[in-house]
Design a binder for this molecule. Structure first.
Ligand SMILES: C[S@@+](CC[C@H](N)C(=O)[O-])C[C@H]1O[C@@H](n2cnc3c(N)ncnc32)[C@H](O)[C@@H]1O
Length: 349
């Protein structure tokens, strides 16, 4: 229990260290520094920095030494390699913000949900949504065009994208993924769909800035697509990145995807890598963390208005079952070497 209390406290303090840039500043030093130098470099108040260093030192993240009776602090490089912005793909520091942000946004509403069974609407989560968008953007920029798309059907999708096809990205948010695709494949036409008009406004602004002419956006509830006559059989390829597990009507959304695909159409659903049976997740290296993110966000947003409330850990078996229920003929589940958090569910209509 003492470890649990300490680790919870350390997560919170690390989130503050990451957000304020203290880790990045300390990472630039080659030798131990005193509080004054660290605070000056970071542009922060020394008394707050001192208290924070108390946490980092007792947590054995920062090393403490003494010079002329003064405390000196050093962040070893092997720690900086994992918790600073320079760490790139290995940066786990950024994830320390997730639980504190969810606590700020939704703790009271989620506790109320335990009594009422009601969901929690997206407007509770502006800071968390912005944070998740930044993470997703960074990931799409690194892997979508160079790694993910070439992995789909042994580059067959890339060949078709080069030749010119119709593509829809569902739950596109501010359009990062679909804009990257539209830029890379000018012969193809793209549509991004999202229920959030704010997100689509931003996506349209970015598209205008980049002068892309092969890309449109629509504000639509994806759960209504299955009844949309104009869009029936319109697309060769549909993508949904991290956009299905928190739907209130996920089966309707998947039926809608099937409805808007051509007969030879393909669907790439990228969603969380987990098993549907809790007993099979016992050795998941981030089980408690991911179930907590689900409890605090994915489940409550999926329960709004009597929604299905799949939760983030709905798992591959349930996902495959639902894709088959949505009448996809072939469903392949593919592991993603560049993204161990997710699985690629590749479906043929
Ligand atoms: C976790 S975000 C994923 C964003 C994006 N695909 C990415 O990878 O960065 C999920 C998105 O789905 C959108 N969404 C949720 N329910 C929706 C619905 N019923 N119809 C369309 N979009 C929806 C949300 O507004 C949000 O932008």
């Amino acid at each position: 229990m003492i470890d649990i209390l300490n680790y919870g406290a350390i997560n919170l303090a690390m989130a503050i260290g990451y957000r304020t840039g203290l880790f990045d500043v300390m990472d630039t030093f080659d030798s131990p520094q005193n509080i004054g130098d660290i605070s000056d470099q970071a542009g922060l108040n020394p008394r707050y920095v001192q208290e924070w260093l108390g946490i980092m030192t007792t947590a054995e993240i920062v090393e403490l030494s003494q010079k002329e009776d003064e405390n000196q602090y050093f962040l070893p490089k092997h720690c900086g390699d994992l918790i600073t912005r320079r760490a790139g793909n290995s940066n786990l520091g950024v994830y320390t913000q997730e639980i504190p942000l969810l606590t700020t946004c939704a703790m009271e509403a989620v506790i109320e949900g335990f009594s009422s069974g009601e969901g929690v609407t997206y407007d509770h989560y502006p800071k968390f949504q912005a944070f998740m968008s930044q993470l997703a953007n960074a990931k799409h920029r690194q892997v979508l065009i160079n790694k993910f798309l070439p992995s789909v059907e042994n580059s067959r999708i890339v060949q078709r994208l080069k030749a010119g096809i119709q593509v829809c990205d569902l739950g596109c948010a501010e359009g990062v993924a679909v804009i990257l695709m539209a830029e890379s494949f000018p012969q193809s036409r793209f549509v991004g769909i999202d229920i959030s008009s704010e997100a689509i406004d931003e996506a349209r602004r970015q598209t205008r800035r980049q002068k892309l002419e092969n890309l449109d956006f629509m504000v639509l509830d994806a759960a209504d697509l299955k009844n949309n006559r104009e869009m029936k059989g319109l697309f060769d390829y549909v993508t949904a990145f991290d956009a299905i597990h928190d739907q209130t009507r996920p089966l309707d959304v998947l039926l809608g995807v099937n409805h808007i695909l051509r007969l030879d159409g393909r669907f790439s659903m990228v969603d969380i890598a987990a098993k549907s049976d809790l007993a099979d997740n016992l050795d998941h290296p981030m089980g408690p963390f991911l179930y907590t993110v689900s409890l605090m966000h994915c489940l409550p947003v999926g329960l709004v208005g009597g929604g299905t409330g799949l939760g983030m850990m709905w798992g591959r078996e349930k996902a495959v079952e639902m894709l088959k229920e949505a009448r996809f003929q072939q469903v392949q589940v593919i592991e993603m070497p560049d993204d161990p958090f997710n699985l690629h569910f590749f479906c043929a209509k």
